[in-house]
Design a protein around this ligand. Sequence first.
Ligand code: NAD
Length: 484
Amino acid sequence: MFLRVLCGQNKLMTGNSAKLAVIGAGPGGYAAAFLAADLGMKVTLIDQESNPGGVCLYRGCIPSKALLHVAKLIEEAHQAKNWGIEYSDPKIDVAQLRFWKEGVVKKLTGGLGQLSKQRKVEYIQGRAGFENSNTLRVSRTHGSEESHTFDRIIVATGSRPAVLPSLKLNMPRMMDSTSALDLSDVPSTLLVVGGGYIGLELGTVYAALGTKVSVVEMLPGLLPGADRDLVLPLHKRMEKILDSILLNTTVASVKEESRGIRVTFDGPEVKERERLFEKVLVSVGRKPNSEIPGLEKTQVRVGERGFIQVNKQLQSDDPNIYAIGDVVGEPMLAHKASHEGRTAVEAIAGHKVAFEPNAIPAVVFTDPEIAWCGLTETQAQKEGREIKVARFPWAASGRAMTLDRTEGVTKLVIDPKSERVLGIGITGVGAGEMIAEGVLAIEMGATATDIALSIHPHPTLSETIMEAAEVFFGTSTHVYRPKR
Ligand code: NAD
């Protein structure tokens, strides 16, 4: 939970005129800048784009979700045959799709630009480097280079796609998440390297648009960070929509040919060692952007994996410099960054705060979606923690049945002694929306009884959370458990 001292919340111990710079205007940076302005600080927000938004809005969460929405629509139109409705195959106008996606991005980032102006945040389009712990050298994209001095500086520079030496991106047919989201065309075949968040989300999009997509993952399962029982329904559906899923496999080499990229695979289960793909998407993780010019002139410490080291107030080893978001560590998620940003600003304002969440939700926006928060079953097993797991299968949910999507599962990870809910995992349509209830339950210290006794609306998928709590007590209305 975030520790907050409520009295004096609106008083700035540093004085209302504190000058703050925020480097990077992603969901971490702009949330920090806006709160700081609301608290009365004089804020400068620096980013290379013309408006706030960062990777998430320009080339990440938002454009990918716009495309995933379209993918779901196409998929549902296919499925409608089962319900007595037949649509003809979709005609896809890629240019119009791109235009719509870019429109969404433009509206949102433009709106953030307006919010920034309304708050009187000085927005500088450019790049910043450190001259010392208080002074930044800022080169404007269109013009001058100048030095500015601040009382405090927040580094919110985010992350970039990781690259593998064997998979250089210097060929036009090789894509990272940014170029894949540009949607320059719809290739006939695509190899996705890395079966994580990005690979599966973008693989879903291209498969829906008509590409034959293969995913290669070096580990034994897709989404290695998630519990296996949550991944299973997605894996089964992915097997239907994808051309192939190659597990325990890596890419040994890639070679550009006139018709595509010739890929050589390596691994114990490889049947076809060489294959030709029109395009290859590399999505093997992200790296923090901590190589900021002049950072060595400050006391900021960068750890082994490139993450800036910070304390629970997000303050670095340099008392004037704070850092938040992807650049300080996993999970690299926008919502973690915004909360860290707001915590850092409150700390700067003199409030007693710490970033100590019990539950940061993770959502993979595939179809079905997978979402989890708090303690996972895998983590509990690794730590040797005693837990009980209560699972509610969506085959027993009336709402899931009406949607023809009964492959889902909702599970609670519960402390058997206190009966407190420690973790929640959901696979199924809408899991990403539902997980917020799990976050609230965990942060409020809810027990299985609290959840079981909270009346959930019928017929909804949210009832599966209530019924999972009932499963814990062996009294779920829609799951029969024979008496021993
Ligand atoms: P990821 O860590 O989710 O997945 C990378 C995958 O690549 C892993 O499964 C890993 O085992 C595999 N891999 C690594 N090297 C490989 C190799 N040589 N050959 C084959 N497989 C290999 O990373 P990502 O998908 O690139 O996404 C990066 C980050 O961006 C995520 O960790 C997440 O924090 C964030 N993100 C979040 C969302 C979301 O919230 N829905 C969506 C996209 C990205």
